[in-house]
Design a protein around this ligand. Structure first.
Ligand code: GDP
Length: 613
C-alpha cells in the first residue's frame, strides 16, 4: 500500500503493533518509539485538524487519535504503573508486605477527619491530641507535623491511633489522586446544629469512593438547637445507617469544644477498624510508606513528615520520597522527641532529604545511595512531563482561529506559593478542577513551597499572572518589586476562600452572554399615513408592554416578515409616551419601515445579559 503523504512528508504506518507511552508523552516520544521523524507526526496531527508541536506533551486522546490514524495500538502507561515498573527495574516491590502471614503484626489505624467547613474538624483534631497524648511522650514541644499518634484504652487494652492532621477532603483527594492510600478510616464530622451540608456529602462520597469505612462524629452537641437525631436521619439517605437503627455505622455525639465523649469516638474508631479491617504489616522489612507533608526549613533544609506503612524506618537509612532522596539524619515525633526508629503507622518528621517531596508521594528505603538518586532523578524527569501535560489544555486548530479572532479564550495564570507541599498540592488540584466552561483557561505556571520571592514576581510580570500566597508572605524585596510591577499578590489561609475568589474571577472574565426577552406584542388595528413620518400603526397592546426605543419584529399570519426594527415613536392620543401597557391602544412608528398592514403583530424584545450560573 502506498503510504499517504501530506505536504511531501511521508506518513508513518504501522501494522497494529502496540506502542507503550507514558502519560503526557510528546509526539517526539512517540516518533522515537516507532522510528519515525517527529515532523511527520506533526503533519499527521495537522491533517487531523490539530496543531501540536513536536515536543509538547499531549493528552491521552491525542495519542490515541494519532495511533489510530497511523495504525498503531497505543498503550498509555499511568504514572503509578510507570513508577511500579521503575522500582521493579531496581528489583524493588512497593506496596506489599514482604514474607508470609507469620511476618505480619497488628498496626494502628490511620484516620483522616473530614466534613463541612466550620463543623469542627480542626477543633476535634486539637481536642483529640490534647487529651490523649501517649503516656511518657509528653513534655517535648508539641509540633504540627501533619500527623500525630494518640493512645486510648479499649477493653482494658492500650490501643494507638494515628491521625492525619490536615483536615478536609482536599488533602485526602489530592493524595488519593496520586494513587496513595493513606487512610484506613474516615471520621466524618457533622455539626449537630447545622446538619448535613454540601461538603459533608462530598467528604462522604470521597471516603466511599476510596472504600474507607466511616465513623460519624456528631459535633457541637453543647450548642443550643443541636439535633443529633436529625443528623442520623439525614445521613441515612446517604447510606450511613447508625448502629442503633440497625445499620453498621457508628455515630458518636461529641463536643470538640468541651471535650465531651472524645474517648467514645476513639473507641468507635478502634472498634470499626477491628470489625472491618485487617490492619497488619511486616515490621521488619525495609520501610515503605507515604509522605504526608513537607516543607523547606531555613535551618534544617528539607523537612518531610512521612507515614511508615510497612517495615521500620531507622536513622541512617537511605530513602527516596517522590523525587527527593537522602540519608535519614534524624527523626522526630510530633512531640519533638528524637526517635531512632519508627514502625508501621507511625508518622515521623524526617531530616536529611535533598529536597521537598510532594504530599502523597511514596517513600521507600533502599540499600544504596546510588539507587536512591537514580530513582529520584527518573521520577523528577517524569513529573516535569506529566505536570506540563496537565497544565496545558489544547485548542484544536479548527477552533483556534475562530477562538482567537473572537478573543474568546481568556487565560488566568496563577503562581501558587504555600507553607507546605500538602496545602499547595491540595490547592492546585482543587483549582484545576474548577469548571467554568471552555472559554476560560486556568493555568498554574508555577507552584512551590516557601515565601513569595523575586523570581515568582518576575515570572508573574512576564506572564500576567496572579500570585497566591497560602500561609506565606512575600519577602521584603519581592513585595517592593510586586508593587513596582503592579503584580497582584494575594494572601490566604483558607483553601475554600482561594477557590471562591478564583472561581469568581474566572466567571468575571467570561464574556457576557445575552438572551432575548420578549417585552410585549401589539396588534395593528389601523394604518395611518403621515407625509412626515411615513406609516403609523394604530395598535392595541395584546401582551406585556411596548416601550420606545426597543427592538421589534413584524409578524404577519404567524410569519416573521421583518426583523431588527426599532420602536422609534410611541404615542397615546396626542402625547409622546415611553411605554404602553397591555390592553391599551396607541400609535407606533417603526421609523423608515413602512410595510405594515392591519392584523400584523409587532413583537418587541430586548437583549438581556444572562446571569452566569
Ligand atoms: P473546621 O472548619 O471544620 O476545621 O471547623 P473548626 O474546628 O475551625 O471549628 C469552627 C468553629 O466551631 C470554631 O469557632 C470552633 O471553636 C467551633 N466549634 C468546634 N467544635 C465545637 C463544639 O463542639 N461546640 C461549639 N460550641 N463550638 C465548636
Amino acid at each position: 500500500m502506498q503510504a499517504p503523504s501530506v505536504g511531501g512528508v511521508m506518513l508513518p504506518r504501522g501494522n497494529g503493533q502496540t506502542v507503550r507511552l507514558s502519560r503526557g508523552a510528546s509526539l517526539t516520544d512517540f516518533a522515537e518509539k516507532i522510528n519515525a521523524n517527529p515532523a511527520s507526526l506533526v503533519a499527521v496531527m495537522l491533517n487531523l485538524g490539530e496543531m501540536v508541536t513536536a515536543t509538547q506533551s499531549v493528552s491521552d486522546e491525542t495519542l490515541q487519535l494519532l495511533a489510530d490514524e497511523m495504525n498503531y495500538n497505543v498503550e498509555i502507561v499511568s504514572p503509578e504503573e510507570e513508577d511500579r515498573e521503575l522500582l521493579e527495574s531496581f528489583d524493588i516491590e512497593f506496596g506489599e508486605n514482604e514474607g508470609g502471614e507469620e511476618m505480619l503484626v497488628a498496626r494502628p489505624p490511620v484516620v483522616t477527619v473530614m466534613g463541612h467547613v466550620d463543623h469542627g474538624k480542626t477543633r476535634l483534631l486539637d481536642a483529640i491530641r490534647k487529651t490523649n497524648v501517649i503516656a511518657g511522650e509528653a513534655g517535648g514541644i508539641t509540633q504540627h507535623i501533619g500527623a500525630y499518634q494518640v493512645s486510648t484504652e479499649v477493653n482494658d487494652e492500650e490501643r494507638r491511633i494515628t491521625f492525619i492532621d490536615t483536615p478536609g477532603h482536599e488533602a485526602f483527594t489530592a493524595m488519593r489522586a496520586r494513587g496513595a492510600k493513606s487512610t484506613d478510616i474516615a471520621i466524618l464530622v457533622v455539626a449537630a446544629n447545622d446538619g448535613v451540608m454540601p461538603q459533608t456529602i462530598e467528604a462522604l462520597n470521597h471516603a466511599k469512593a476510596a472504600d474507607v469505612p466511616i465513623v460519624v462524629a456528631v459535633n457541637k452537641i453543647d450548642v443550643e438547637g443541636a439535633d443529633p437525631t436529625k443528623v442520623r436521619g439525614q445521613l441515612t439517605e446517604y447510606g450511613l445507617v447508625a448502629e442503633e437503627y440497625g445499620g453498621d455505622t457508628m455515630f458518636v455525639d461529641i463536643s470538640a469544644k468541651q471535650g465531651l465523649h472524645i474517648d467514645d469516638l476513639l473507641e468507635a474508631v478502634v472498634l470499626t477498624a477491628d470489625a472491618s479491617l485487617d490492619l497488619r504489616a511486616n515490621a521488619e522489612q525495609d520501610a515503605q510508606g507515604i509522605a504526608i507533608e513537607a516543607h523547606l526549613d531555613r535551618g534544617r533544609g528539607a523537612v518531610a513528615t512521612v507515614l511508615v506503612q510497612r517495615g521500620t524506618l531507622r536513622v541512617g537509612d537511605t530513602m527516596v520520597a517522590g523525587d527527593a532522596y537522602g540519608r535519614v539524619r534524624a527523626m522526630l515525633d510530633d512531640n519533638g522527641n528524637a526517635l531512632e526508629e519508627a514502625g508501621p503507622a507511625t508518622p515521623v518528621l524526617v531530616l536529611g532529604l535533598t529536597n521537598v517531596p510532594g504530599a502523597g508521594d511514596n517513600f521507600l528505603v533502599v540499600d544504596e545511595d546510588r539507587t536512591a538518586r537514580q530513582i529520584a532523578e527518573k521520577r523528577a524527569a517524569r513529573e516535569r512531563n506529566a505536570a506540563f501535560a496537565k497544565r496545558t489544555r489544547r485548542v484544536s486548530l479548527e477552533d483556534l482561529d475562530k477562538v482567537l479572532k473572537a478573543g474568546q479564550v481568556q487565560q488566568l495564570n496563577l503562581i501558587i506559593k504555600g507553607d507546605a507541599s500538602g496545602s499547595v498540592e491540595a490547592l492546585e488540584s482543587s483549582l484545576l478542577q474548577l469548571d467554568v466552561g471552555e472559554e476560560v483557561d486556568l493555568r498554574v505556571l508555577h507552584r512551590g513551597v516557601g515565601a513569595v520571592t523575586e523570581t515568582d514576581i518576575d515570572l508573574a510580570t512576564g506572564s500576567d499572572a496572579i500570585v497566591i500566597g497560602f500561609n506565606v508572605r512575600a519577602d521584603g524585596r519581592a513585595t517592593q518589586m510586586a508593587e513596582r510591577e503592579g503584580v497582584d499578590v494575594r494572601y490566604y489561609s483558607v483553601i475554600y476562600q482561594v477557590i471562591e475568589e478564583i472561581e469568581a474571577a474566572l466567571k468575571g472574565m467570561l464574556k457576557p452572554e445575552y438572551e432575548e426577552v420578549e417585552l410585549g406584542t401589539a396588534e395593528i388595528r389601523e394604518v395611518f399615513r403621515s407625509s412626515k413620518l411615513g406609516n403609523i400603526a394604530g395598535v392595541l397592546i395584546r401582551s406585556g408592554e411596548v416601550k420606545r426605543n426597543t427592538k421589534a419584529r413584524l409578524v404577519r399570519d404567524g410569519k416573521v416578515i421583518a426583523e431588527n426594527l426599532n420602536i422609534e415613536g410611541l404615542r397615546r392620543f396626542k402625547d409622546d409616551v415611553t411605554e404602553i401597557r397591555e390592553g391599551f391602544e396607541g400609535g407606533i412608528n417603526l421609523g423608515s419601515y413602512n410595510d405594515i398592514k392591519i392584523d400584523d403583530v409587532i413583537a418587541t424584545y430586548e437583549m438581556r445579559e444572562k446571569p452566569r450560573g
